[in-house]
Ligand binder design. Structure first.
Ligand code: NAP
Ligand code: GDD
Length: 338
């Protein structure tokens, strides 16, 4: 039975990955931060809360990392933990740099020192491309991060490459484009939209306030992306891979798809800060722009080229954007409790 460690197991990807590995017969250890209350809602929703062994862990604390890696000879370590919300990274740039950047080398160095046979996955991101230098983006596209989050992730990416090249570790970096699900955190735009529209459609007619509606993202389903992470660690040699759908969609279109899935028909008008969408049936404003949600520097366009993952890993994203929006919107509509 293979032993795997997942950092960030309480997050969206951590939950889906834990489920995938358990289904494959792994012994799964989930690393969680000490909180006033243990928060395993996602693991419960996936029906695996009792199957994952939970251990106390923080990426900013070298001692618990060393102890954990020394005591258990993990076959695979998936480093998914991070301060993952781009918007917060301008308010917490030092913390974000410490956890998302230095946290990676803490884990890598523990592996090098105590368990060099352990295979390592780093959760890198399309946010590293930032102000994109090529369209679409692939493993060769230069980075130009636009947020403290993206800057820290570039460090995490290159230190993974460096430990592979310096010490021969089986360390891979997955450059993943946005992936969503009904388990997505409520602060990210897709879930904010589906939660807000569900509330609106259920009768609480408060408008959902959003920032930049013109930004475009390459969105896939999180369940498909964790399969790609696992495939990376099954290769003979470690490497870096882009996972993406190759389709990009403006935020505005995601709103329209999600609204339609729960019976709302929106009529858009205005532009920039005056743009809004009215629900035809009720005549109420369902979406409006609030500049409070604009970012100091924006990533306008992301679209990935996952040819390498397709050809070498046999990986394919299975869910298209409309289906994803529908899945998330109907899930929030059905779960709405008022
Ligand atoms: P998420 O839902 O926000 O989960 C983040 C996880 O990290 C949570 O379990 C969180 O614990 C944990 N964490 C945060 N700070 C920590 C610390 N200091 N020490 C230990 N654990 C800590 O994120 P996600 O969407 O699953 O993303 C997983 C990873 O992939 C992240 O590294 C993210 O940056 C990266 N990524 C995500 C996407 C995407 O579209 N989802 C795309 C590219 C890359 P709590 O539950 O205690 O907060
Ligand atoms: N969160 C949020 N809230 N974003 C908004 C809003 C809003 O009200 N209105 C517009 N947006 C725009 C943001 O400006 C951004 O251009 C886009 O929606 C997506 O924002 P998020 O959903 O917060 O995701 P992200 O792309 O910044 O970051 C996510 O994807 C990265 C991969 O590219 C996160 O999961 C990161 O951890 C991940 O690395």
């Amino acid at each position: 039975m293979k032993k795997a460690l997942i950092t960030g197991v309480t997050g969206q990807d951590g939950g889906y990955l834990a489920k995938l590995l358990l289904d494959k017969g792994y012994d799964v250890t989930g690393a969680i931060r000490r909180n006033s209350q243990i928060e395993t809602v996602r693991l419960q929703k996936l029906g695996i809360a009792d199957a994952v062994r939970l251990v106390d862990f923080d990426l900013s604390e070298i001692n618990n990392i060393n102890r954990l890696i020394r005591e258990t000879a993990f076959d695979e370590v998936y480093n998914l933990a991070a301060q993952s919300f781009v918007g917060s990274s301008w308010d917490q740039p030092i913390y974000t740099g410490d956890v998302n950047g230095l946290g990676v080398v803490r884990v890598l160095d523990a592996i090098r020192t105590y368990s060099p046979q352990t295979r390592f996955y780093q959760a890198s991101t399309s946010e590293m491309f930032g102000l994109v230098r090529a369209v679409p983006q692939n493993e060769e596209t230069p980075f130009h991060p636009r947020s403290p989050y993206g800057v820290a992730k570039v460090y995490g990416h290159y230190i993974t490459v460096n430990y592979r090249e310096s010490f021969g570790l089986h360390a891979s970096s997955g450059i993943l484009f946005n992936h969503e699900s009904p388990l997505r955190g409520p602060e990210f735009v897709t879930r904010k939209i589906t939660l807000g529209l569900a509330r609106f459609a259920r009768g609480d007619r408060a408008a959902v306030e959003l920032g930049n509606l013109d930004a475009k993202r390459d969105w896939g389903f999180a369940g498909d992306y964790v399969e790609g992470m696992w495939r990376m660690l099954q290769q003979d040699a470690a490497d870096d891979y882009v996972l993406a759908t190759g389709v990009t969609t403006p935020i505005r279109d995601f709103v329209t798809y999600a609204a339609a899935a729960i019976g709302l028909e929106l009529e858009w008008s205005g532009s920039a800060e005056t743009e809004q969408a009215i629900d035809r049936k009720s005549g109420k404003v369902a979406i409006r722009v609030n500049p409070r949600f604009y970012r100091p520097a924006e990533v306008d366009l992301l679209i990935g080229d996952a040819t390498k993952a397709r050809t070498r890993l046999g990986w394919e994203p299975r869910m298209a954007i409309r289906e994803l929006a529908e899945l998330m919107a109907t899930s929030d509509y059905d779960d709405w409790r008022g």
